[in-house]
Every structure is written in structure tokens, then in C-alpha cells.
Design a protein around this ligand. Structure first.
Ligand code: F0G
Length: 351
């Protein structure tokens, strides 16, 4: 949006910073809330998509990162550290570059989408590939930050979640109310925690008459919150949410319970079907993890748990360009043609 100043300045009266802090921003936030006519027709609801792939580094992580890196610089840190399935590392790398800080990222070996790795590389982060999963990376990052002068910028750092609350505020500011139901993909469970706090604050202040039910969706192979127990070896095509032991477990359960919400698992097949539907019918290209919110929406409509006529917002958390491999897999062969209009017409079966 032209003139949009980034979330810290847009919500200056609501986001606390250290005294004298200089804002580090790439003008994140202010993302589109677009109607989804095909999904609305399918579900009998009014469905909106909050398109977080429109953020500067292509995911919602930028909302938390502008706050985290602003804090890091204002409090004298010279280096930041995070564990990541990819998006947090891309965002941390970019904002650290902007602030002139050193950034190191711990990522699980071979399980991070290509575009995200490319972002960490070009923004100059130190990339450490760990022979383990995200949960191992997060434990390592926490231990390292506890003993060394680097700031941990994962969502276990509470300032990250302050920034991520702004997405809920934006939705209320646009709709003039909260939706009846908010659908989110859930990995480390920071974002669902942040949205719930954001809605809660607006409600307490009387800005919205009611808070939404929070629907959190996980991939079937990585669904600790659905099972009520950590998953030792999480597996899913949606690598961004390949998390077995979410750090914000307790607050995510609290959000679900307090909002009369639910946690539900969807299979990789359901995720990919929603991924294709979003691209082909709504023209919104998201990464697989982001399609989980829509897969979950369709799932809960099918089993009757979502009342028709509801106003629903699905957050689609990251841009489809992050993961070109998934986009191109199982796709038709693209054959070269001669430079010949007849060949083009024949290939298109035009008469
Ligand atoms: N969607 C995407 C695209 C993500 O990258 C993540 C988390 C989530 C959803 C889930 O959000 O963790 O707050 O429940 N990605 C983290 C990362 C784990 O390292 O980038 P959450």
C-alpha cells in the first residue's frame, strides 16, 4: 500500500520500543485482505484471505522481525540468531542486513525450501545446516543465545509476537469487526498466539464487539497439538510447519480453548489440493504450509463444524515463490516449439 509506513509506525501507540530506538523497517504489513469468491461458494461462508506473502520477504515473519531487530539494535546487540524451517531465517537475514547486524541461522538439513535458503544466502546470513529437525535447531539456538552475546529472534522472544499481533488489528480495521472464525496453519504456534492476543486487546478496548473462534490446522505428520503429545519425527510436504514440539504450546491451547476453537490435522493430499485450488481459482500463489489453513477450512465445513453464513478469514502465511520445487513437481512437460505461428496455433489446438 502506497504510503504505508510499516507496522511499528502504523501502530505506534500500541507497540512499545526501548527508549531512543531507531525503527528498522522494510514497510512490512498492510497486506491485502481479499475476498475469496470460489471458497465462499464452496463453503457457504464469506471467506477472506489475509495474504501475508505480500510482505517484504514474502511471509508474516516480517511483522515480528521489524520489532525484534529494532529491539536488538536499540539494546546494543551486534548479532542475532534463530532456528528456522526457512521463513524466519529469510526474514531475520533481511532485517539484520538492513540494521547492519550479523545474523546466523540454524536450519534443518535438506528440509528448507529453496527460495528461503536463497534469501538467507543473498542477505548475507551465516547459515548452519544442522543434522536434525527444527526442534533440534531451536533447542541449539536457545542454548547458544543463553550463553553468548547474540539475541534470539525466534518467536520465543516475546517482542516477535507483539509485532505479529498487528495482522489481527489490520483485519479488524478493514472489516470493522473480527471474523467469526479465523483459520491458521500452526507450526511452532507463535502466530496463533499472537493473533489471539491481538483480537483480545481490541476486544478489551471495545474496538470490536466479539473475538473470533481460532481454528488451528497442522499437517497430519506433524500434528502434536492435535494429538496432545510431541511428535518425535515430524514429516510433511509443508516444510514450514514441520515442527514436532511447538514452543508456544500452552498459549496456543489457551487461545483455542478460550475462543471455542479447534485444532485439526489435514493430510498432505488435502494441503496440496488446497494449494492448487488457491492458485487456480483464487489466483493466490502460496507455499504449501499456507494452504493448510484453507485445507482445514474445507475439512471443517465438510464435517459440519463450521456453520454456513460465517465470516471467515484464512491467513495464507507465505508466498508460493518460496518453494518452486513443489510448484513444478508432478507438472506437465513443457516442450519447446519452433519459432512458427502455426506451431503455436497447433499446440493450442486453435482452429
Ligand atoms: N506458515 C508458514 C509459511 C511458516 O513459515 C510458519 C512457521 C507457519 C505457518 C507457522 O507459524 O510457527 O507461528 O505456528 N515457520 C517457522 C519458521 C517455524 O522457522 O519460519 P507458527
Amino acid at each position: 500500500r502506497a504510503g504505508w509506513p510499516g507496522i511499528i509506525r502504523a501502530y505506534a501507540d500500541r507497540i512499545e520500543l526501548p527508549p531512543g530506538a531507531e525503527v528498522v523497517t522494510l514497510h512490512e504489513g498492510g497486506t491485502p485482505l481479499i475476498e475469496a469468491p470460489h471458497l465462499s461458494e464452496l463453503t457457504g461462508c464469506t471467506v477472506y484471505l489475509k495474504v501475508e506473502g505480500a510482505n517484504p520477504t514474502g511471509s508474516f515473519k516480517d511483522r515480528g522481525m521489524t520489532v525484534a531487530i529494532t529491539h536488538a539494535r536499540a539494546t546494543g546487540f551486534q548479532a542475532v540468531l534463530c532456528a528456522s524451517t526457512g521463513n524466519t531465517s529469510a526474514s531475520a537475514a533481511a532485517y539484520a542486513a538492513r540494521a547492519g547486524l550479523t545474523c546466523a541461522v540454524l536450519v534443518p538439513q535438506a528440509k528448507i525450501a529453496l527460495g528461503k535458503l536463497a534469501q538467507a544466502v543473498v542477505h548475507g546470513a551465516r547459515i548452519l545446516q544442522i543434522d536434525g529437525n527444527f526442534d533440534d535447531c531451536l533447542e541449539l539456538a536457545r542454548k547458544t543465545a543463553a550463553d553468548h552475546p547474540v539475541m534470539l529472534v525466534n518467536s520465543v522472544n516475546p517482542v516477535r509476537l507483539v509485532g505479529q499481533q498487528t495482522a489481527a488489528w489490520e483485519i479488524c480495521d478493514v472489516l470493522g469487526r473480527a471474523p467469526d472464525v479465523h483459520c491458521l496453519p500452526v507450526g511452532n504456534a507463535g502466530n496463533i498466539t499472537a493473533y489471539w492476543r491481538g483480537y483480545g486487546e481490541y476486544h478489551t478496548e471495545g474496538r470490536i464487539p466479539a473475538t473470533p473462534r481460532m481454528f488451528g490446522f497442522q499437517a497430519a505428520g506433524a500434528a502434536p497439538l492435535v494429538h496432545g503429545a510431541p511428535v518425535r519425527e515430524p514429516e510433511t510436504i509443508a516444510t514450514a510447519i514441520r515442527v514436532g514440539s511447538p514452543a508456544s504450546w500452552t498459549s496456543a491451547v489457551a487461545a483455542k480453548d478460550a475462543s471455542a476453537g479447534l485444532f485439526e490435522a489435514v493430510t498432505d493430499e488435502q494441503i496440496l489440493a488446497a494449494y492448487r485450488l488457491l492458485a487456480e481459482r483464487e489466483a493466490v500463489f502460496v507455499e504449501p504450509a499456507s494452504a493448510t489453513s484453507v485445507a482445514g477450512l474445507l475439512h471443517t465445513v465438510a464435517d459440519g463444524r463450521l456453520p454456513a453464513g460465517s465470516t471467515v478469514v484464512c491467513t495464507v502465511t507465505g508466498n508460493g515463490l518460496k518453494d518452486p520445487s513443489t510448484a513444478l513437481e508432478n507438472n506437465i512437460e513443457i516442450e519447446p516449439l519452433p519459432v512458427d505461428p502455426q506451431a503455436v496455433a497447433a499446440a493450442l489446438e486453435l482452429t
